[in-house]
Design a protein around this ligand. Sequence first.
Ligand SMILES: [Zn+2]
Length: 492
Amino acid sequence: MRPILLFLFSFLAFSSNVELNAQCIVKQTGDPNFDMEKFRAFQQNRATQRNNKIINVAITIHIVETVVGAANIEIPTLYNELDAINRFFRPAGFQFFFCGTPRFIQGKGIYTYNEAENEIHNFEFVPNTINIYYLDEIGDQQLSQFAGGISTFPWDDELNTRFIIMQKAASNGSGGILAHEIGHFFGLWHTHTPFNGREFVNGTNCSTAGDLVCDTPADPNLGATGTNGCTYESNFVDANGDAYSPDPSNIMSYAPSRCLRRFSPGQNDRMNFYYETTDLSEIIQDCDFYPDYAITSASNQMDITSGQTLELTYNFDNQGINEDQEIEIFWKLAQEGEVELTIQKDTLKLAAGSGNITETFRIEFPISKGTGAYTLTAVLDPDSKILERDKRNNFHAIDLTVNNDQFEDVVLFPNPVQNRLKVFVRDRSKGGEIRLQISDYLGRLYTNEKKFKNDDEFFAELDVDFLPQGLYILNVYYVRDEISTSFLFLKE
Ligand SMILES: [Zn+2]
């Protein structure tokens, strides 16, 4: 039997905010074994107990890239999605976790669900986990809409043949679409589904029609009726003439994705019923067999000056490594509103087994970055080359406050210097082209670099490695103002 495909469609605005809405194209078949009496008995006898006990549920994340490095989705965004769905599923007693860090697969930019099954899932799936494939684009689509995600029901085939595909652009960290697809995976219908017959507003047929969950109000399909923000304001009536009053916050509705934030108690019970009575209960509850790496530090905030060399001490914790390993560590500098910059790279050697080491690194804060607030983040395994238990403990951020007020208006350092001479100039009155000229006492010119000073603070770095040892003169010459200032420095 082919899996039932549940498409969740989203309109893609050409911005970072993706709105979910609209049509579901479904090749639906019902659960041939569903027994309402058994479900009722479960609700009365087991449901509360079940909801109150947290069960861990393993997810394997696969990111499909058309070329290496073209992930088109940020790993922190995936963890934000995880945190969001865990808020939504908490009342149902489910806690999801990533079974190992997200994996990267090379593949096409677009797949249908069937293609994803034959070309990816059959080769890549991690047994007894919920395998989720993030695609650039989903091929099963109609009109001008894009599918946000596709899932299957627990009565389709077997656990290890079922999976979820997600469109990368539909994942913004709010978790609405992902929670919706997992809702299907755990046996939930759309709140508006006509598959079992239309549910009446008065609820009289709620156990045989609609989503078969009685505490979700009848829903005319919010993707078709539209909402005003997250409020339903239309006047549709059911077959009895009763006006609909649907719930746009329900995750299994077709309200815009940002409105989706809750399951009803009846939906929680239904998901737990399927968890307990199907192979969903075979999903593994921990993935501690993977190694894990973590970085921590006592430093969280520092006041520094531009060009300063920072001595930073980190603590590295590793668990369950099979053999000695080298792991990359990058330092990334971010200033608010600007692109993150990798300012230093190093490698860490870790011994097999589990352990804890402390290392100090010398990180040079770029002379070119002036007064302001920055975040310096040390990242372990920045390119995710190692499959490990958790990625979130691979980051340590330090808030840096750079204040160059204590500098003289013109500073050369270090002095004496070996290879790179740094120059700092602060002068509000002078600007434009600057010449940095290095000469010796006999007037021989070694360097004549043209720079531009656009801000109050000006920084430059000069290569002096080639100079013989001795005393030199740096001349800072403002071309427009025809003014120059000279400084002595010692080359070692
Ligand atoms: Zn759906």
